[in-house]
Design a protein around this ligand. Sequence first.
Ligand code: HEM
Length: 144
Amino acid sequence: MYSTLLTLHSYWAFLTLLVLLFASFNAITGYYGNRNFAMGKDLRISLFALIFTHIQILLGLILYFTSPYFAMWSEGGVMANPIARLILVEHPFTNILAVALITIGWSKHKKQEASKAKFGKIALFYTIGLILLLSRIPYSNWLN
Ligand code: HEM
């Protein structure tokens, strides 16, 4: 169960980050290029990024309680150990915050009428979300 979840969470992370990068880039170029926000292409790219990040959070939540790191809460010393603190505190909290911002960006873009405003909301919230996610990935453990 644990190793399957870890593998899923590791590979899904690649897809999530790629789709999110693509959605942010698409929104930034749409904003600065004054493109029309297409309900087919642009809406779908942003929606895919939203769905991928939500699936990743769900996988992460289950992984959290099945990971051997979780036992360190009862052993103590989590905050004094940089890798345990990253995995048990910083990674989950920052990533939940990042996905909350992405979700806010998604709902804010829906309330806008103008294409530029739609792209603007996605560009801002998705890019901040992406930066937050990238800032707290346990890179030293990833696929090692
Ligand atoms: C979009 C959000 C997220 C991304 C992109 C992400 C990405 C990653 C990556 C790349 C790893 C390293 C995997 C490896 O060692 O091969 C990881 C580990 C982990 N993630 Fe996430 N994660 C996200 C959200 C979360 C959330 C919300 C939680 C918990 C509530 C979580 C819990 C964990 C745990 C516990 C590990 C370490 C598991 C272990 O090594 O035993 N993740 N995550």
